[in-house]
Design a binder for this molecule. Structure first.
Ligand code: HEM
Length: 438
């Protein structure tokens, strides 16, 4: 028994010493690597460098200009063609941009390993957080629907319709909406395809055909999706950009923010209580947030998309970082952003930015689609027929209705007629009267 206890104690002490010595190694790892004497190789790597790398230890970079790999190699007929500049090759390996007279500027970078980090983000964090963001918004809307229910017209239908959006406004909206939805679906297919769609297709295939043995089923189907999706994505993008310009021109003045909008937003648009309706003009605070999000994010998505469509043509990110650095310096807050970006990194930044901002806009648009359809009674017809119920308009856009009334464009309730409109009929008309918008 005593020998067993002695053995256990000895093993414990040995284990502690072992881990202690390991800690010591790790502690050493975290400090700067000890210098290596490379005079024997004229600055090129030594056997010690190779052994350190094999042990997984850090190898100090040569801060000198490098040197010949062995004296004999430096002659005109030397084995390395004269000189082997180790420092030069190390810089090349680390993505340094050299100079080139070729029109293809990316030829100035011999080895660019920044793609490793980009790929990790593009296939890891990006799809993961995108799923959280979109799933989170859908869950919130579902919760809102359960807790608050559909936002109904408190006063009920009035049977009087007033014009809210003209044909050209609705055309602009639906061109924007359909192109955006197609771009979102095809873009998400490309983002999630390999990680999620391929395994999902394989799983569905195996469920439906238990005897099937095609290991590439998912990949083959996804290849078709990807080719068709990319074609659609590239070509539909022009419709999106045109509609963006169209709605900007049509709705810019109506979306200039006012104090009424701040108050509307401060009250949450009255959406969380059944009888509260903060004042609003034709567009309320929430709609103005949507409008400016669509314009600003839509323009940014378009710019990064064009840079992806025409690779290596633009230096958007280095130019933007330069401007940000200048702005930071001007206000005494230097940002020190890297402006020497390789053409390949420009493309990587464009891809990441394009996706991140698209996901932000998709999340906002999911909320908009909910409110414009199932979430609010009477809203959809504004973009459907172009007309809305008078009571709906009074509750959600009272200042706009008041202006129309002042202009004599709305029949007064109770049968009294407005000088510029026909008298209200005594019975509810079969076909509700329509009055033009302001
Ligand atoms: C099926 C999808 C959609 C539905 C049902 C829908 C519905 C609506 C409705 C009913 C309105 C008028 C609201 C009002 O009268 O006050 C509206 C306006 C608007 N929609 Fe959509 N929409 C959809 C998709 C989109 C998409 C994808 C975008 C942008 C990418 C978008 C951008 C806008 C903008 C900027 C406005 C004007 C501001 C506003 O009224 O909120 N819509 N939409």
């Amino acid at each position: 028994m005593r020998t067993l206890v002695t053995k256990l104690l000895a093993m414990t002490v040995a284990a502690l010493l072992y881990f202690g010595s390991n800690d010591a190694v790790h502690a050493q790892d975290s400090t700067a690597p000890a210098a290596v004497d490379r005079t024997a190789t004229g600055g090129a790597q030594t056997l010690e460098d190779i052994l350190r790398r094999q042990r997984g230890e850090a190898v100090p970079l040569d801060s000198g200009t490098g040197g010949a790999e062995g004296g004999d190699a430096s002659g005109p007929l030397g084995s390395q063609g004269g000189l082997s500049d180790s420092e030069l090759w190390r810089r090349a390996r680390q993505g340094q941009t050299f100079t080139t007279s070729l029109p293809d500027k990316k030829a100035a970078v011999l080895v660019d390993d920044s793609g490793e980090q980009w790929l990790k983000t593009r296939s890891g964090a990006l799809p993961t957080y995108s799923l959280y963001a979109m799933g989170g918004m859908i869950a919130l809307l579902f919760l809102f629907l359960i807790l608050r229910g559909r936002i109904r017209i408190n006063a009920g239908w009035s049977d009087i319709k007033i014009e809210r959006f003209s044909f050209i406004e609705r055309f602009g909206h639906w061109l924007l909406a359909t192109s955006f939805i197609i771009l979102a679906i095809t873009g998400l297919t490309l983002l999630f395809g390999r990680e999620y769609l391929v395994p999902a297709l394989d799983w569905a295939h195996a469920k439906m055909n238990p005897d099937a043995t095609d290991p590439n089923f998912g990949k083959n189907i996804f290849a078709w999706f990807a080719v068709a999706g990319k074609w659609l994505h590239n070509n539909i993008s022009w419709a999106f950009m045109i509609s963006l310009v169209l709605i900007f021109v049509m709705w810019f003045f109506r979306n200039i923010p006012t104090w009424t909008d701040i108050k509307w937003l401060a009250q949450g648009g009255g959406m969380f209580s059944k009888n509260s309706h903060p004042h609003a003009r034709k567009f309320n605070g929430g709609q103005k947030v949507l409008f400016w999000s669509v314009i600003i994010f839509g323009a940014s998505i378009s710019a990064s998309g064009i840079s992806l469509l025409q690779p290596y043509e633009y230096n958007m990110f280095s130019a933007t970082f330069d401007k940000l650095n200048q702005a930071g310096d001007a206000i005494g807050y230097p940002l020190g952003l890297e402006t020497a970006i390789t053409p390949m990194q420009e493309m990587q930044y464009s891809q990441l930015w394009h996706t991140i901002i698209s996901i932000v806009l998709i999340v906002i648009v999911i909320a908009h689609i909910y409110i414009g359809s199932v979430g609010m009674q009477g809203a959809f017809s504004a973009m459907g027929s172009g007309k809305v119920d008078l009571n709906w308009a009074r509750e959600h856009h009272d200042l706009w209705v008041a202006k129309l009334e002042k202009q004599g464009k709305i029949p007064r309730p109770g049968g009294a007629s407005n000088p510029q409109t026909r008298p209200m009929p005594m019975r509810a008309p079969k076909k509700p009267p329509t009055v033009p918008a302001e």
